[in-house]
Design a protein around this ligand. Structure first.
Ligand SMILES: [Zn+2]
Length: 212
């Protein structure tokens, strides 16, 4: 199952992979950067690049699909639906982080997606190990629902809400897999340093006030 993104590098081809779960990496395709909120999936070409970056497609598959889909009207319709779904996922994750249970309408929506876009499971060699994975060979844009629906279903069933966090410095969500459960930001490079510098300046200001 494609539960975790296949690599731990933070940025791959302009996409952020800090969520520790494919569902969160998908959610984080609309981060707020220094210049403001940024839609990383503005068109179908970008979506195909994200599928390659996340390891769901090979580069070769991506090239073929990009040619096939980039001007297909149904691909644009699909992408609009996918981005609306991403925002409903965001609402659900924010609710879970606040301690609310996942709402029934969202569960029903995932179940409908799983029923409409079933996945074929295959056994794959991963180094010396064998791994069960989804055989994702999309023909039409709607086929992309299959791995997304499975990732979100796994996320909702496997992930403990207590390990779910929103970065203290931005809108990015992640699964805290650190031993102590003390991860506070999406990435040291993106927000960690920013917050540390701000805290340092705040301490300096307070110290100066006390000296007066
Ligand atoms: Zn952040």
């Amino acid at each position: 199952m494609p539960a975790a993104s296949k690599t731990s590098r933070e940025w791959i081809d302009g996409f952020l992979f800090v969520g520790n779960h494919l569902a969160l990496d998908f959610l984080n395709t609309r981060p707020v950067l220094a210049e403001g909120p940024k839609e990383l999936l503005p068109d179908v070409g970008a979506l195909v690049r994200w599928l390659v970056a996340s390891g769901l497609l090979t580069g070769q598959q991506g090239k073929v699909l990009n040619r096939k889909w980039s001007r297909a009207p149904q691909a644009a319709v699909f992408l609009r639906g996918l981005l609306k779904f991403r925002e409903r996922l965001r609402a659900s994750v924010i609710g879970q982080e606040a301690g609310f249970p996942v709402n029934d309408a969202f569960i029903a929506e995932i179940n409908a997606l799983l029923a409409q876009h079933p996945s074929v499971i295959t056994l794959q060699r991963k180094g010396k190990k064998l791994d069960v994975g989804a055989a994702f060979k999309p023909e039409k844009p709607n086929d992309v629902w299959a791995p997304i629906a499975i990732a979100v279903a796994e996320f909702l069933s496997d992930v403990s809400a207590g390990r779910l966090r929103k970065c203290e410095g931005c809108v990015v969500h992640f699964l805290d897999t650190s031993k102590k459960g003390s991860r506070r930001w999406c990435s040291m490079n993106i927000c960690g340093n920013k917050i540390k510098v701000a805290a340092y300046q705040q301490r300096k200001r307070t110290a100066r006030k006390k000296m007066r």
